[in-house]
Design a protein around this ligand. Structure first.
Ligand SMILES: Nc1ncnc2c1ncn2[C@@H]1O[C@H](COP(=O)(O)OP(=O)(O)OP(=O)(O)O)[C@@H](O)[C@H]1O
Length: 236
């Protein structure tokens, strides 16, 4: 579904990605792991057009999207839920969800998607008229995910959805990602909670210093102390 080949990118004159290559297969959850500063968020930004790649290629369902603008990437079916909470604090839950569908004006399936998304996250239904700012951290993260789903993506890219959340809430987020996979959505996840991420993933890429140092089935990485110690430091 998504092919990243020898991707180079960076900020100003500093190259951060030194040739990242990855394949994300349709219907899977793929997690990118790595220490702080390894280049995970930068890879996601280069995929979704927030950062220009200096060389290499990104192909989505056979289409070259290496130099596509973010809105074009979104229209093609990739939704990028970024680190932290990208919601509108002054808007209600419902208004936030409608904003998630802003690129779909005239699409008659928006209402059906709204019903489907809100039924995935019961707390959002209960709080549909509450302002974003009044939600807890976990609720805001669920809203951010739900907002990302309102784009009706085929590939959902999630950057550290568990950031700053309590373990129980983290599990809820992971369960939500699993149910997305069951619904046929492919997920590319960046996550610092290694154990939580490995438990739901099919395949894992380990990044270090802007390059892929290891890839393999999640089950294999779970069993490899050497790998976990060398590239991931403390495992949570
Ligand atoms: N906007 C930016 N301008 C300049 N350098 C940046 C910028 N964003 C990230 N970097 C640098 O790029 C490198 C990779 O950062 P990146 O955010 O991709 O890492 P990461 O693996 O996602 O880690 P983290 O979990 O800390 O976000 C780091 O050295 C970081 O300091």
């Amino acid at each position: 579904m998504l092919e990243i080949h020898d991707l180079h990118a960076g900020y100003g004159r500093t190259e951060v990605l030194h040739g990242v290559t990855m394949t994300i297969k349709s219907g899977t959850i793929v997690t990118m792991l790595g220490r702080n500063g390894a280049g995970k968020s930068t890879t996601l930004k280069a995929i979704t057009g927030l950062l220009k790649a200096t060389s290499g290629s990104v192909t989505f369902d056979g289409k070259d999207i290496t130099h596509a603008k973010p809105h074009k990437v979104a229209r093609l079916g990739i939704s990028h839920v970024r680190e932290g909470h990208q919601i509108f604090p002054a808007l209600t839950v419902m208004e936030n969800l409608s904003m998630g569908a802003f690129l779909r004006s005239g699409d008659e399936n928006v209402q059906a998607d709204l019903d489907r998304v809100i039924s995935m996250f019961p707390v959002l239904r209960r709080k549909s008229n509450a302002r974003g700012a009044s939600l807890s951290g976990g609720e805001q993260q669920m809203l951010a995910l739900a907002q990302g789903l309102m784009m009706s993506p085929r590939l959902l890219i999630c950057d550290e959805p568990s950031l700053g959340l309590a373990p129980m809430v983290v599990q809820e987020i992971m369960d939500a990602l699993l149910s997305l996979r069951e619904g046929g959505i492919t997920v590319l996840l960046v996550e610092q909670r290694v154990n939580h991420a490995l438990a739901i993933s099919d395949h894992v890429y380990v990044l270090d210093d802007g390059a892929v140092r290891h890839e393999g089935p999640a089950a294999e990485v779970r069993e490899s102390d050497v790998l976990l110690d060398s590239y991931l430091g403390s495992v949570q």
